[in-house]
Design a protein around this ligand. Structure first.
Ligand code: NAD
Length: 290
């Protein structure tokens, strides 16, 4: 297929490279990052999408996505599909899909989980919002970049699934870290804590797969001095998206709000920026209650 790829950063570069390796003709554009191996660089986003059957975007936020969409949608080929893989707010996802559909184009919001490792290995999970026809058009590319695709419903529902999942993740990570911090102060051995909780009703992905305590459980960023992994600043971004969405639809999310406050303090007023999001444990270890 003829593919345009806009946003060739930490995630976009390996995703675009995998598409090129699989034999697709990929033209790329980024305002700063170079085109990866096998991807032909274009001089502008509008030039990149010329004649492309699918336009993939992997951009930092909804504001940038809206600006790029305004530039590329008028330049896209008849019948083409816009496949946005960025994590953005639900409202921006729905606005961009409406813009594309008004021109008769297909549109999907398809945020991912799996991080840079999953992007590199082509094993991302895609959470997709949009029509079945648009999904069918993009499916050959999703199959190359990912291992699993879940169709979550109409436009915006992929983003809704992503932020709901990550709101649970943020809240369970804070809960797991505060439980370890309390266990430490009560004199409970971390291995015993892991052995009990990971097989009991307090278990979760945060404890069992991504344990925030070094030397305990499977290997995780905690064993690598909290080098991300999944950075605390990205967790904060996703938590804020969940709170923005919750406010828009008047839904109470008290645990999501608490997790957002904790990550905001950690990233914006302490040393959390650039550290893994499980570094919430040493943060809590270092603090008293006050
Ligand atoms: P990144 O900052 O490394 O990449 C974004 C790229 O977009 C940059 O190279 C930037 O130069 C480019 N860009 C910015 N404005 C542009 C424009 N107007 N036109 C063209 N290019 C432009 O970020 P990333 O880690 O690759 O993340 C991309 C998206 O994926 C984000 O929405 C993020 O939340 C999401 N995500 C990231 C991860 C992760 O682990 N990094 C995991 C899941 C989802």
């Amino acid at each position: 297929m003829k593919v345009a790829f806009i946003g060739l950063g930490n995630m976009g570069a390996p995703m675009a490279r995998n598409l090129a390796r699989a034999g697709h003709a990929v033209t790329g554009y980024d305002t700063a990052a170079p085109a990866p191996e096998g991807v032909t660089p274009a001089d502008s986003a509008a030039a990149a999408v010329d004649g492309a059957e699918v336009v993939v975007t992997m951009l930092p936020n909804g504001e940038i996505l809206r600006a790029v969409a305004e530039e590329v949608i008028p330049a896209m080929a008849e019948g083409a599909t816009l496949l946005d893989c960025s994590t953005v707010d639900v409202a921006s996802a729905r606005a961009v899909a409406a813009m594309a559909e008004a021109r008769g184009l297909g549109a999907l919001d398809a945020p991912v989980s799996g991080g840079i490792g999953g992007a590199d290995a082509g094993t991302l999970t895609f959470m997709v919002g949009g029509t079945a026809a648009a999904l069918a058009a993009a499916a050959p590319l999703l199959d190359v970049m990912g291992g699993r695709t879940v169709h979550c419903g109409p436009a915006g529902n992929g983003q809704a699934a992503k932020i709901c999942n990550n709101m649970i993740l943020g809240a369970t990570m804070v809960a797991t870290c505060e439980a370890f911090a309390l266990a430490d102060k009560l004199g409970l051995d971390r291995q015993a804590m892991f052995d009990v909780v990971s097989t009991s009703s307090g278990s979760s992905w945060s404890m069992n797969t991504y344990c925030p305590a070094p030397g305990v459980g499977p290997k995780s960023p905690a064993d690598n001095d909290y080098t991300p992994g999944f950075a605390a600043d990205l967790m904060l971004k996703d938590l804020r998206l969940s709170q923005q969405a919750a406010e828009a639809v008047d839904c109470p999310t008290p645990m999501g709000a608490a997790a957002t406050r904790e990550y905001a303090a950690f990233v914006e007023h302490e040393d959390g920026r650039g550290r893994d999001f499980s570094a919430m444990l040493p943060r809590l270890n270092a603090r008293g209650r006050g």
